[in-house]
Design a binder for this molecule. Sequence first.
Ligand code: PEP
Ligand code: MG
Length: 318
Amino acid sequence: DRRAALDTVTGPGATADGHKVPLLANIGGPADVAAALRAGAEGIGLFRTEFLFLEGEGSGSAPSEEAQTAAYRQVLEAFPESRVVVRVLDAGADKPLPFLSPADEPNPALGVRGLRALLAHPAVLETQLRALGRAAEGLPVYLEVMAPMVADREDARAFADACRAAGLAAKAGAMVEVPAAALRARALLQEVEFLSLGTNDLAQYTFAADRQVGAVSRLQDPWQPALLDLVALAAEAAKAEGRSCGVCGEAAADPLLACVLTGLGVTSLSMGAAAIPYVRATLAKHTLAHCERAAAAARAADTAATAREAARAVLAGG
Ligand code: PEP
Ligand code: MG
């Protein structure tokens, strides 16, 4: 049956011809680690740390450095010799935190959210970076730390500077969630060491379509060719700079789209644990050249529906 067929494909994510695409898990905290391990995640591609803060007693203030260190260490200990990508606090808009988010913004999604809120509250960022450094001490783990909502090179530099100032022995990276960041990905990579595409917000900001408004969900479809164009730009820039560029938005959880993203040059895929076996099994059926042809066919389409259909047709053909 379907489940048995899935279980026959195990091990690291790779195309049929052996091109490796690490399959990582998105988590919100230590409670999600068991499911990630069960699904065979090769590491963590997105640790959404704001959930630790949202769940905190009353969430009127940030958890202490000690509480943060303990939570991060639990996650890092579960993935020895693996990549663990931690995102610093992404507060604001759909995830307001009273101690960080401005109370009255006319357009919270366009306001002081993500990295912007952290740069306005440097002590919160410093504490988090220190806690991450302490959590990783002595562990054989590849810790990477990334900032949400990086818009330009100045943002990327400010984040890299904060990581250096905290003495953090980890790679610093930028999420690509704002079209400007995709357009200037190469400039960002002069400041940070890796990129990770947050396709949920990238779709929201590319199409000016609020991700919380169902009436505009057509424009949130990650198969939209304009979104694929921006993914390609970022992936090509990373390749030119010899850096990695993953996807950690919902797009990575769609097995067909995962093949297309691979064809666009994305170097890792991070998703909710439940999707990992499906993505692994689908990727294993197709060669990299095949994924590249599917990606080109999708980008040549004019709508999300025809892009999906064009990719499906190419991938069905061999
Ligand atoms: C994204 O925007 O795609 C993303 C991964 O971050 P979040 O969904 O937490 O905003
Ligand atoms: Mg986001």
